[in-house]
Each structure stands twice: as C-alpha cells, then as structure tokens.
Ligand binder design. Structure first.
Ligand code: SAH
Length: 348
C-alpha cells in the first residue's frame, strides 16, 4: 500500500529532497536550507522560507504539496495541565494528540492512523474501524504544531494515540527517521516509545533496524484465551509468539520491553492472573505498566479497585518484575484513546 504513496514535501528525507531540487535545476544546498525551515524552524507555510527563491517555493508547492494540520480544538486539564489537541487534516479527517508535561520534559502522544482496525474491546479509537494511514508528515505535524504553539521543546514522543503503528509500518519508520534526523528535531531514539498490540512479524522487522527506541507491548492478559476476548489480534498471534519476538527485540537492541496491562475489574485483575503473567515473563528483561482501564461508554468494562491493583503490582514485584501503575492524566478532558475525537467526528 505504502509503495504507491506519493509523499509530500514534509515526508521526504533530506537525500530525496536533494534529488527533487536538482531535478528542478536548482543548487543542492537549497535542500538543506528548506529541510531546516521545515524540520527545525517548523514553518507552517512555505512562504515563510524567506531566503528561498519564490519560484522554487511555488514549484515545490505544486509538485509535492505542503499542507499543515489545522487545530480545531484544544482542551487543557485543570487537574494536571495535560492538553488535548484535535486536528483536522487536509482531507477533513480528524485526529487527536495529547501533550503531557512532566518534570523531565514535554511528552506528546501522537496518532499513527485515522481510526484503527485492531478492534480491541476496551478502546474507543477502533469503534468505527480504520479510515486511513497517516503520512509521515501528518505524524510529524502533530509534534511540530504543538512545539510551535507552546514554544516549548517536545522531548519525548509516545506512539500511543489512535492507530496501530505497526499497521502503518513504512510511514511510521519514515516518521522515526525524520524526527530523529540531526538536521531536524534531532530527538533521541531513547525518548521515543512505540506501542503495539503485538504484530509479531513487524516487531521482528523493527528489531532488525536496531534503533534505540522503547517498545511497549499491549498484552492485557496472561492467557491466549482471555486475550482473545479482549483483543481480536490474539487470534492471529499467540502470547508465546509475542514473547519470542520480544526476546529477539531485546537481543537486537539491548532495550528493555514494557508490557502494558490494562486492568479490567473481574476480567484480568485477579491474583491468579498476576501469577500466570509472572511465570510467563519473568525471564525477559521487562517492565510492566499497569493501567486502570479507562471505561468507555460503549462498553461495560469497569476499573479495578485500588486494592486489586496494588495486590497485582505486589505479586509482580515479589517475583522481581518491575511494575508501575500508570498515573492517569487529563481525565477531565477525555484524554484516553480516541474518546474525544470520536465525540467530535460524530457531532460534525
Ligand atoms: N495500537 C497500539 C497503540 C495505541 S493505544 C497498541 O495497541 O499498543 C495505547 C495503549 O492504551 C494500549 O496499550 C491500549 O491497549 C491502551 N488502551 C486503549 N484503550 C484503553 C482504555 N479504554 N483504557 C485503558 N487502556 C486503553
């Protein structure tokens, strides 16, 4: 699918941009200049590139297109300052991104697709299925826009917004290459986390790139049987296959894996579940992130109570598995996966 995509100006690598510039009969140095305007100065209109000849700007607009995302709405949490941005893309698609402010820096949670086709039962992003993949530029733009709007550097990125990053593999890889490029934002690979529901072949392919990014796996269940109830993708890949891919990822990159485990009351939060989970992952260099499930109105899932959560965590820790409970951010602004975007798209 991606092979046929005609990339826009912002999705091109510096080398590709150089080729375009030379094809247009211009000097190669212009490419670096333009790349800097786009990926460092974060311009939103090509006419801001004041030292680039007008003719070239016009040619680039026509040949490749340059269409920044538009902010439709911004909600700021009164609890913790988390901001949720709702953006419109050029074709009218609506996506969302979340800015979280931590002591160690600003982190942006980006979407990788418009909608999602993975069908996880507890997730609002997938209720209407997948509309389309995001282009590399549309993933970048979520960060560029927020950095420009807040005038504060974005230092961390998590691909945990709407979409399954490995279901849009080529574009997400290109996004990673662009956002970590030294002529662009130059973000450290170690400050980027990709979260996947467990597309095994793609985990291995990603491992082979040997990037220093963090990999988070949405596990949510200790057994295949239970996982199938919560996540349709479990019918395709078993937990054993996922764990084997994780081991491979660790061998290739030396990076510790994070398992995300959303606790749903009465479903996957019992001590026996913690026990099975422990057995299965204890030989992996990993960390477990426990997430109290964020109830969505379309489904009848409830959050586990604090005691069950703490007991679950303690069981893991007793077996020397590092576990944290994710701090809930922006609850008052519906910051969880796809909730607000959906409300927005339904009323518009
Ligand atoms: N598709 C990717 C990334 C998107 S979601 C993935 O599956 O990992 C980021 C995380 O939030 C995933 O672990 C996902 O399972 C979880 N999630 C989605 N909806 C949730 C909800 N309502 N409550 C708690 N966690 C949720």
């Amino acid at each position: 699918m991606e092979q046929n995509v005609q990339y826009d100006l912002k999705s091109l690598t510096l080398q590709e941009l150089e080729e375009v510039i030379e094809e247009l009969g211009e000097k190669k140095f212009r490419a670096k200049q333009i790349y800097g305007w786009i990926h460092q100065k974060l311009i939103q209109d090509l006419d801001e590139m004041v030292n680039v000849p007008k003719k070239l700007r016009e040619q680039l607009k026509e040949k490749l297109g340059f269409s920044p995302i538009k902010e439709l709405e911004r909600l700021v949490s009164n609890i913790d300052g988390t901001s949720k941005f709702i953006f419109a893309l050029q074709d009218g698609s609506v996506i969302e991104s979340v800015l979280m402010k931590y002591k160690h820096g600003n982190s942006v949670c980006v979407s990788s697709q418009v909608g999602c086709r993975m069908g996880c039962r507890f997730c609002a992003s997938t209720l209407d299925g997948l509309s389309r993949n995001l282009l590399p530029s549309e993933i970048l733009d979520q960060i560029y826009y927020i950095q420009r709007a807040t005038k504060e550097r974005v230092s961390n990125i998590v691909l945990m917004g709407t979409g399954e990053p490995f279901d849009n593999y080529e574009n997400v890889m290109r996004f990673l290459d662009l956002v970590t490029n030294e002529n662009g934002l130059n973000l450290s690979q170690r400050n980027i986390t990709i979260s996947t529901c467990g597309l095994v072949p793609k985990i291995k392919q990603f491992a082979d790139r040997k990037m220093q990014c963090n990999l988070a796996i949405s596990l949510h269940s200790p057994t295949d049987e239970m996982r199938k109830e919560l996540m349709p993708i479990a019918k395709r890949y078993t937990i054993d296959e996922i764990l084997e891919a994780c081991q491979y990822f660790f061998e290739q990159t030396g990076r510790r894996i994070t398992f995300e485990y959303s606790l749903v009351a009465g479903v996957n939060d019992k001590p026996e579940h913690a026990k099975i989970l422990t057995k299965r992952i204890k030989n992996l260099n990993c960390h477990v992130n426990l997430i109290p499930v964020n109830p969505i109105k379309e489904r009848d899932y409830k959050q586990s109570n604090v005691d069950s959560i703490m007991e679950f965590k303690a069981m893991l820790e007793r077996n020397h598995i590092n576990a944290t409970v994710r701090r809930e951010m922006g609850r008052d602004i519906q910051a969880a996966c796809g909730q607000l975007r959906r409300k927005y798209t339904k009323t518009n």
